[in-house]
Design a protein around this ligand. Structure first.
Ligand SMILES: [Zn+2]
Ligand SMILES: [Zn+2]
Length: 155
């Protein structure tokens, strides 16, 4: 997560110093998991609101960040249905895509206990989709290797 110093940190779009807090937005998380997504540059970045408004993906980025924030509270695990009391033993697939026609759409914000991943009925299908999208050059990220690691027996 980035550290922003008002009056020192620079806008990721125009490279000018970020001044008044009202004038800029900082996204202090990796909220776009797909590194090949055209919005991934916003991860951990800070930008003048005016620069975002001029950028082709700026408004969508602000919407997506708002959506991501609304999904921060733990939701029930897709396998066991138990809502984790905290973030320590589960994870969310996060904002996989904003395209309802993408095969990743159905996986947006799916929450899973780490321990439940091996018994998740959709894990093989998601791995296949990720491999296809990666081969097509429209997906890049660590999710597939994380899922495979969680599915392989320890030792
Ligand atoms: Zn700027
Ligand atoms: Zn679970």
């Amino acid at each position: 997560m980035g550290i922003f110093i008002i009056g020192k940190s620079k806008c990721g779009l125009c490279n000018d110093v970020l001044g008044k807090p009202d004038d800029f937005m900082s996204f202090n998380r990796t909220f776009v998991g797909n590194q090949a997504d055209p919005m991934a540059f916003a991860n951990d970045g800070a930008f003048h609101i005016s620069c975002l408004e001029e950028h082709e993906h700026g408004r969508a980025i602000l919407q997506r960040w708002g959506e991501w924030l609304r999904h921060r509270e733990p939701t029930p695990c897709a396998v066991c249905g138990i809502t984790p009391p905290n973030h320590a033993d589960s994870f969310s697939l996060g904002s996989m895509t904003i395209d309802p026609n993408s095969p990743l759409w159905e996986f947006n914000y799916t929450r899973l206990h780490f321990r439940c991943v091996p018994t998740w009925p959709h894990v093989k299908r998601l791995l296949k989709v990720l491999a296809q999208l990666e081969a097509a050059g429209v997906y890049r990220g660590a999710l597939a290797s994380t899922l495979m690691r969680l599915c392989s027996p320890p030792g």
